[in-house]
Write a protein that binds this ligand. Structure first.
Ligand code: SF4
Ligand code: FES
Length: 208
């Protein structure tokens, strides 16, 4: 097992995209890749907030694992062999972004990310069978730009500790709501939720 102690820090070796690196133990795969300028797309991740693994857009492949894994919430371990851009990874991310696009077809941020991942709703050839059905046949349950990444809920709980937002209901009707869908008396109007939202779903308005 490749583990080295360096000035009290535990360093471990792993391979990303066929190159060997040494990282400090405790990092996630996403953090390790980012520290070496290896790009991995994210939506529900924010460096200041605990990983949650909600959106799955950051999927990577670990050699020997039967399924793709979320890089933002998976810690590195010795001798891992990670691929961030294999065909399997690209197919996995494409599937995820098609699901997100089918929920939020009007979100400019999701459309742009989809294009980056090779999905263009104007170009039928860029869609696979599932994507064609989801984007052309299926109708969203309701109009929304929210991808349910939970960043707004988590920033409000973890950073400002106001707990003014939460998830409500399940499945395709799941939404972000204030407690009991009433005016959140704990909200201090700091705007953190709007700041972290990757799809600009939340806007801040003055109320009197
Ligand atoms: S409102 Fe924005 S931050 Fe909150 S869950 Fe939806 S997309 Fe994420
Ligand atoms: S960024 Fe990793 S699951 Fe969303």
């Amino acid at each position: 097992m490749q583990i080295r102690r360096s000035e009290e820090r535990i360093m471990i070796n792993l391979t990303i995209d066929e190159k060997e690196y040494e990282f400090e133990d405790g990092m996630t795969i996403y953090e390790a890749a980012k520290s070496r300028d290896i790009p991995i797309p994210t939506l529900c991740h924010n460096d200041m907030i605990k990983p949650y693994g909600a959106c799955r857009i950051c999927l990577v492949e670990e050699k020997g694992k039967p399924t793709l894994i979320p890089s933002c919430s998976t810690p590195i371990s010795p001798n891992m062999i990670i691929s961030t851009n294999s065909d399997r990874v690209k197919r996995g991310r494409k599937f995820v972004i098609e699901l997100l696009l089918s929920r939020c077809p009007e979100s400019e941020e999701i459309k742009n990310l989809a294009k980056d991942l090779g999905v263009d709703t104007e170009n039928a050839e860029s869609l696979d069978l599932v994507g064609t059905y989801l984007l052309k046949e299926a109708k969203p349950a309701f109009e929304t730009k929210c991808v349910l990444c939970g960043l707004c809920v988590r920033v409000c709980a973890e950073i400002t500790e106001r707990h003014a937002l939460g998830f409500s209901k399940r499945g395709i009707i799941r939404k972000i709501k204030t407690p009991f869908e009433k005016y959140a008396t704990t909200c201090i109007g700091c705007g953190s939720c709007a700041y972290v939202c990757p799809t600009n779903t939340i806007t801040i308005e003055e109320v009197s």
